[in-house]
Design a binder for this molecule. Structure first.
Ligand code: ADP
Length: 459
């Protein structure tokens, strides 16, 4: 079986969030199950590869696209669109104004590459590749397509006036097709025209069919519920394992080694090493719970915690977080940037890891933090609810602390439960080491994808 993976970010070439981790790890695990995988990604600034061929892509005019390759990854090269500092937008401004053109070109080029080779399945991820199933269907291709939703909050919506550049029949621009209140919705194309739709946890697959989490697409998703599946993401333990991680201060396999990493992190961040640390590594976006968090961070610090944050995103939260750092310079350390090495060090050096998400399709942060013995404190939603279970100090069961109501009050309550467990050093050590034992490797989930691909080929 030969599968083409299409994503707009793939580790180690380009990353803003969890999609890159998934697209970097899942193809390799599928290879081990006997599936041949090829990956397609835009050739962003800094990506090299070897030139393999040239394509002419029609999008109102002819665009001369080049294809480069490294191992099993093909890069779609069109410097005018992809040789930029950001993936989807500039650092200071919002999204690039021509994202519709950029990712239409990407989808058209990948569709052409697929039609020139023998693929059984094309597996597309998120809105940036969501037009491919529609391009294949409208061309009468018999390649089967799977579309995975990593985050329904990002839909690739563009003004209806851009429809003509997509190069498809007008019949698709209706509310039953890819129109959404007069706009084009790329995500709808993926949901409606793929042979199977998946999302990244079972709970999120249920949630997105409700108005609370459906972002207006709940009815479209319900219509496809007979071929909508939740498959939990795994973690690439080749990259995320404190026993072998050469980006952390000192490798470790138990609580004692973790304590050393905490001391180094305290030194690097210039904060008090004796207090419990809450770490957070996140896109700084409303989705991630910054509205309820910023209201009570001072309360958390007063309760006794240090707070170390690494993230980048919405300016209004940057300002609030930086203000807090000014008030508590030896207890709060805020790093507004993307920094993979520091991320590894925070996972290793924190006692707790916070994810107060409003919604969370799967979440990788909590899976990584478990492996590093950094105890998750999370909101009970999406994949967080599927992977984290409240710690019970009597039974010594569970792996973290959860809160259900999306409120600052409920968040503080969970943080305070975490604090009382931290104060009992023996119990906290047991909990931290218990977290390190959880196994969320890709093998089980990759088998589910393989089964799904096979079922599509049977039809
Ligand atoms: P999402 O995909 O919604 O951003 P996930 O929890 O699924 O959230 O995945 C986030 C991934 O991105 C994790 O690997 C996390 O460590 C990483 N990450 C997020 N922000 C940063 C940052 N500022 N610097 C380094 N890594 C980051």
């Amino acid at each position: 079986m030969k599968v083409a993976f299409v994503a707009s970010e793939v580790v180690p070439f380009a990353k803003t969030g969890g999609l890159a981790d998934v697209a970097g790890a899942l193809p390799g695990t599928l290879n081990k199950l006997g599936i041949t995988t090829v990956v397609f990604l835009p050739r962003y600034k800094g990506i090299k590869g070897t030139f393999v061929k040239a394509l002419n892509i029609e999008m109102q005019k002819t665009h001369a696209v080049k294809i480069f390759k490294e191992t099993n990854v093909y890069f779609i090269d069109y410097p005018e669109y992809f040789e930029r500092d950001g993936l989807y937008g500039s650092k200071n401004g919002g999204d690039y104004h021509d994202n519709c053109e950029r990712f239409t070109l990407f989808c058209k080029a990948v569709t052409q590459m697929i039609s020139e080779d023998n693929y059984d399945i094309v597996h597309c991820h998120d809105w940036q590749s969501a037009m491919i199933p529609l391009y294949l269907k409208s061309a009468g291709s018999n390649v089967k397509s799977v579309f995975t939703i990593h985050n329904l909050g990002y839909q690739g919506k563009f003004a209806g006036s851009k429809f003509s550049l997509l190069g498809i029949d007008k019949k698709y621009f209706t509310p039953e097709g890819i129109e959404s209140h007069g706009d084009i919705s790329f995500l709808k194309a993926g949901i409606l025209y793929s042979d199977a739709v998946t999302t990244v946890s079972e709970n999120y697959a249920r949630e997105i069919q409700t108005p609370e989490f459906g972002f207006g697409l709940e009815d479209v998703l319900k219509k496809r519920s007979d071929c909508l599946y939740g498959i939990i993401n795994g973690l690439d333990y080749n990259l995320w394992d404190p026993k072998t991680d050469n980006l952390i201060y000192q490798t470790y396999g138990g609580f004692a080694g973790k304590t050393k990493n905490k001391a180094y992190l305290a030194q690097e961040c210039n904060i008090d090493p004796k207090r419990p640390f809450i770490g957070m590594i996140s896109r700084i976006a409303g989705q991630k719970g910054f509205d309820i968090l910023t209201k009570v961070l001072d309360e958390t610090v007063e309760m006794g915690f240090n707070f170390v944050l690494l993230g980048f995103g919405e300016e209004k939260y940057h300002v609030k977080l930086k203000n807090l750092e000014e008030i508590y310079p030896d207890k709060v350390s805020i790093h507004i940037k993307f920094d993979n090495k520091l991320a590894h060090r925070i996972y290793a050096g924190s006692d707790f890891f916070l994810m107060p998400s409003k919604y969370e399709p799967c979440g990788l942060g909590q899976l990584i933090s478990l492996k590093y013995g950094s105890v998750p404190i999370v909101r009970k939603t999406g994949g967080l609810a599927d992977t984290i279970e409240e710690f019970n100090p009597k039974k010594l069961s569970g792996n973290g602390f959860l809160f259900e109501e999306y409120s600052s009050h409920a968040l503080v309550d969970a943080v305070s439960r975490a604090h009382s467990i931290y104060c009992d050093r023996d119990i906290f050590k047991i909990l931290s080491e218990q977290c390190m034992e959880y196994d969320f490797s890709w093998e089980q989930s990759a088998k589910k994808y393989k089964k799904l691909y096979a079922s599509l080929l049977d039809h």
